[in-house]
Structure formats: structure tokens, C-alpha cells
Write a protein that binds this ligand. Structure first.
Ligand code: FAD
Length: 478
């Protein structure tokens, strides 16, 4: 059977593109290698806990946010419940313990209270992120700066820069190579729209979109890996896919959308010259950072033992300036800065009444886990979990005793389940070069809709890329 569009991968980018095309009456086939849809936007069950793979908070969902329009268009709000995250984050280092609200006016006030000599710098920072799109327009043609360069140009106090960079891990691993434009738009959206969690976990959104595709005449095939994109005369015309160890199948379509990572698409494209043409376009780009997570199931709500905040970012004492951040991300786990998310601060729907779930998360690299035998890998994962448990016990006394279950997932785990090179969770690193590079395109009817595409990663980036990709196809057909 021929399809209008075949989508490779059921991450948020693939699901959103598929849902929009199916809604517009196009015959969609989505092929996903994992046993569930969602990619990073998934959950898994352990004991009576639902463990959220990735989502801490999704920015925006205010009236002007494109996601609000997309979710309305796809009927998401009728079936999926979004919960507001109470505050942006708590930042803790050896000198400061500050809670940053999402509301920018309140955030400015609190920061000025702690750093009265930096009032001008604080206001300049918020002007940049709140009016990001306007500022970017006004500075068109100028050399793109990094976040680190920008902060150095407006603020003297090193601790203030660290506080503002508390959630840097939401985007990248180093302020001195992160595009200021990319950061400003995304960070600004957290300040203008707040943070959102999905009740019951991000699987609810992924399952909804997969069902939406099927309810609108499309087909979602799980547990099948796409092994080749079939080309003919410089056009993508179909894919070859198979179940693990199963026989190969061929299927054809007028359009192919890759939700799979762009570097992997280059390997799927045969003959070799097509893959090479694509490779040339991203030869100066690198996969962005990955993340390590320790998932926890707690016998009680952590509110009961005195934790008051949803996200706490803990910066190690060795991080004195923003120039130390990158090195710290490569350091031993006893020193690596991390965040702890306490889902019990909202009614997350992830644990039975009286119990709760949480997660430690830090930047991670597959190089931390190379050349280990399975037993050594498991041992190291457990050691890393113990390190973070001990560090958290100091911050939240009683933490250890509250734990009923824990499990560590590394950058290797992300790589295994999503096939993203180096376990990158946000696609290509968002350097100034990436932010200003043109759209990657290899053949007329092969599209990219994932964190690796033009608008970058995170829930928002993947969803925007998916929706815009569907639009591009729909416009072309008209
Ligand atoms: C631990 C963690 C925490 C995070 N926290 C946040 C957060 O708080 N806020 C936020 O906004 N973002 C967060 N993110 C990032 C966000 O989840 C991702 O950027 C986004 O979901 C990526 O979506 P995607 O569409 O690129 O697809 P991915 O999630 O990368 O999924 C790609 C899918 O394609 C499938 N696939 C790949 N190749 C093939 C093939 N050949 N055949 C068939 N299927 C294939 C994979 O199996 C996978 O399902 C987090 C991610 C992680 C891992």
C-alpha cells in the first residue's frame, strides 16, 4: 500500500507531524523501533511508581505560545491535563540558596534583593530573554554571541551569573558555546509562560498523539526499525523496515519525514552519495549533551520531610564562575552539578496516594560509560546513584530513608532507546553556528522533524519542528 507520508520515529516531532497530517486527511504511516511511542517523552513502571523518563518542565502554554495553538488544533487539551510548576527553580551553591519564580517581575525583585549592585545587569538580562524575538530582529546581521559572552558583558558578580544559569542543563553543557538567541527564546518562554508538567507523565501526550493519528486514518507500527530510506532519481520514495530479527518489508510514500536523528538519516540514505550530501551539511555540527537520570520511588511525599521545591539545582563548590561549568560537567559525579525534581510538589499522578516519585538529573556523556563490561556498568550506575543519594541527604535530611526504589539511566540508556548519537537529548549542540545555519535539506521530499531540525530540542522545539514540517508538506501539496 502507498502512503501520503511515512514517518520514521515516534518522538514528539514525529508524532506531532503525523497528527497534523492525519487531521488534514493525509494517509500517514509512522514506524517506531521501541515498544512504546514518545522517544524521550515516555514513562515506565516500577513497583507502583510511574517514572517519568525526561520531562521536568515544558515552557510556555500561554496564549501567544505556538504550542497552545498546536494543542488546540490537535485536541490535546481535551484529553491531556497540564499542571503548572510552582516556581522556576531553587538554586543552591555554597554561598547562595535562592528561589527563582517564573514571573519575571518577581524574579527581578528577588535577584536585586540578593545582588543590589547588579540592578542594571539584572534588568538587561530580563530585557534580553523576555523580548528575545524583538531583540534578535534588532540585532540581525550582527555576529551571534554566546550566553557566556552576553552575561560577561552585563554582569560583574560571578554568583549572579551562576544563579541565572541554574537551569543551563535544559539546553546545553557550556554557556560559552550556547547561542544567545536560542537560549533567550527558550528561557524567555519559561519566564513568560511558566513551566508545565503533564499529569500522569509525558507518555499521556505521546499516547494521545499516537491514538490521534490512528483515529484519523493513519497507522502506527511499533517495534519495527527502519533500516533504509529507498531513493529513486534523487527522491525519497519509501523505506525498508523490519522487526528485530524479522523479515524486511518495503513501503512507499510521496513524502518521508525523519524523526530519527539527522546523523542517523545520513546512514539510512542509500546510495552512498545521498547520505554524503546530507553529512556535508552538518559536518560542522556536533551532537549536544546527554543527560543521566536517577529515578526514585519514595514511600512518602517529600513534602513530609521538609522539601519545599519542585526543581532544585545544586552547583558544586568548585564552580566559581561560568567558565567552570563545562569542566564541572565533565568531572567526577561527586562534584558534578545536578538538579533534583520532586514531583510530589504537584499532583503529578505518578504515584499512589501517600507515595511520590523524583529524579536526579545531570549532564552526561557516553564517554563516561565506554569500555565497561555489563557488570562494571551496572556497578558504576549503582555507585553514581549512591553518590547522589548521599549528596541529597545533606540537603534534604531523611531523603535516604524515604527511598523505596531507585534506578539509574545514563547517556547510553538514552542512546539505546532513542538511537540518538551520543544519547543527545536536544539534537545538535545549539552553538552560534547552529543557530545561524540554514535549514538542512537533502532531497525535495525528505523532511526532518525532531530535536535535530531547525528549531532545536526540548519538548517545545520537537513539537514546533513537527508541526511546521507538516505545514511545509501541506503547503507544497496545495
Ligand atoms: C532525561 C531527560 C530529561 C529531559 N527534560 C526535559 C524537560 O524538562 N523539558 C523539555 O522541554 N525537554 C526535556 N528533555 C528533552 C526532550 O524530551 C527531547 O528534546 C524531545 O522529546 C526530543 O523529541 P524528538 O522528536 O527529537 O524525538 P526523540 O525523543 O529523540 O525520539 C526519536 C524516536 O525515533 C525513534 N527512531 C529513531 N530511529 C529510528 C529508526 N531507524 N526506526 C524506527 N524508529 C526510530 C526512536 O526510537 C525514538 O522513539 C529531556 C530529555 C531527557 C532524556
Amino acid at each position: 500500500m502507498n502512503y501520503h507520508t511515512i514517518i520514521i520515529g515516534a518522538g514528539l516531532g514525529g508524532l506531532t507531524a503525523g497528527a497534523k497530517l492525519a487531521k488534514e486527511g493525509k494517509k500517514v504511516l509512522l514506524i517506531e523501533q521501541h515498544i512504546i511511542p514518545g522517544g524521550c517523552a515516555t514513562t515506565f513502571k516500577r513497583k507502583d511508581y510511574t517514572l517519568e523518563v525526561g520531562l521536568h518542565e515544558m515552557d510556555g502554554l500561554h496564549e501567544k505560545d505556538l504550542k497552545t495553538k498546536i494543542f488546540r488544533d490537535l485536541g490535546v487539551f481535551d484529553k491531556v491535563e497540564f499542571l503548572k510548576v510552582p516556581e522556576f527553580y531553587r538554586f543552591v551553591n555554597e554561598r547562595y540558596d535562592i528561589v527563582i519564580p517564573h514571573n519575571p517581575d518577581k524574579a527581578i525583585k528577588i535577584l536585586i534583593k540578593h545582588f543590589p549592585d547588579e540592578e542594571n545587569g539584572i534588568k538587561a538580562y530580563f530585557h534580553q530573554v523576555i523580548n528575545a524575538r524583538q531583540v534578535i530582529k534588532e540585532s540581525a546581521g550582527e555576529k551571534e554571541r554566546t550566553v557566556g559572552e552576553f552575561l560577561d558583558s552585563i554582569i560583574e558578580n560571578n554568583d549572579l551569573k551562576l544563579v541565572l544559569l541554574g537551569n543551563l542543563g535544559y539546553f546545553h553543557d557550556d554557556p560559552y558555546s550556547l547561542s544567545l538567541s536560542y537560549y533567550s527564546v527558550a528561557q524567555g518562554s519559561y519566564y513568560t509562560g511558566g513551566g508545565n508538567f503533564i499529569k500522569g507523565g509525558s507518555q499521556e501526550l505521546s499516547n494521545y498523539l499516537a491514538a490521534f493519528i490512528e483515529n484519523n486514518g493513519g497507522k502506527v507500527i511499533l517495534k519495527h526499525l527502519v533500516t533504509e530510506i529507498i531513493t529513486d532519481n534523487n527522491k525519497a520514495i519509501g523505506v525498508i523496515y523490519r522487526k528485530k530479527k524479522g523479515k524486511q518489508e518495503k513501503v512507499f510514500a510521496g513524502n518521508i519525514i525523519a524523526n530519527a536523528a539527522i546523523p542517523n538519516v545520513a546512514n539510512l540514505l542509500l546510495p552512498w552519495k545521498h547520505g554524503e550530501k546530507l553529512r556535508q551539511q552538518f559536518k560542522n555540527m556536533k551532537p549536544g549533551a546527554s543527560l543521566l537520570t536517577v529515578y526514585f520511588g519514595f514511600k512518602k511525599s517529600l513534602k513530609e520531610i521538609g522539601n519545599k521545591y519542585y526543581s532544585t539545582f545544586i552547583y558544586d563548590s568548585s564552580v566559581k564562575t561560568q567558565a567552570d561549568i563545562f569542566e564541572n560537567n565533565k568531572s567526577n559525579f561527586t562534584k558534578r552539578s545536578f538538579t533534583f525534581v520532586d514531583y510530589s510538589q504537584i499532583d503529578s499522578g505518578l504515584a499512589p496516594e501517600g507515595k511520590s516519585v523524583g529524579a536526579v538529573c545531570c549532564v552526561d556523556y557516553t564517554s563516561n560509560w565506554e569500555n565497561l563490561e555489563k557488570i562494571e556498568y551496572l556497578k558504576k550506575k549503582n555507585e553514581v546513584a549512591q553518590i547522589f543519594i548521599n549528596r541529597l541527604e545533606k540537603l534534604i535530611p531523611g531523603f535516604t530513608k524515604a527511598i523505596e526504589y531507585y534506578e539509574t539511566a545514563t547517556s547510553k540508556t538514552v542512546e539505546q532507546f532513542t538511537l540518538n548519537p551520543e544519547g543527545a537529548v536536544y539534537g545538535f549542540a545549539q552553538t552560534p553556528l547552529r543557530a545561524t545555519s540554514d535549514k538542512i535539506k537533502t532531497m525535495e521530499n525528505l523532511y526532518f522533524s525532531s530535536a535535530w531540525a531547525k528549531l532545536g530540542g526540548g519538548f517545545s522545539g520537537a513539537i514546533y519542528n513537527g508541526y511546521l514540517c507538516a505545514f511545509e508538506i501541506l503547503r507544497k501539496r496545495k
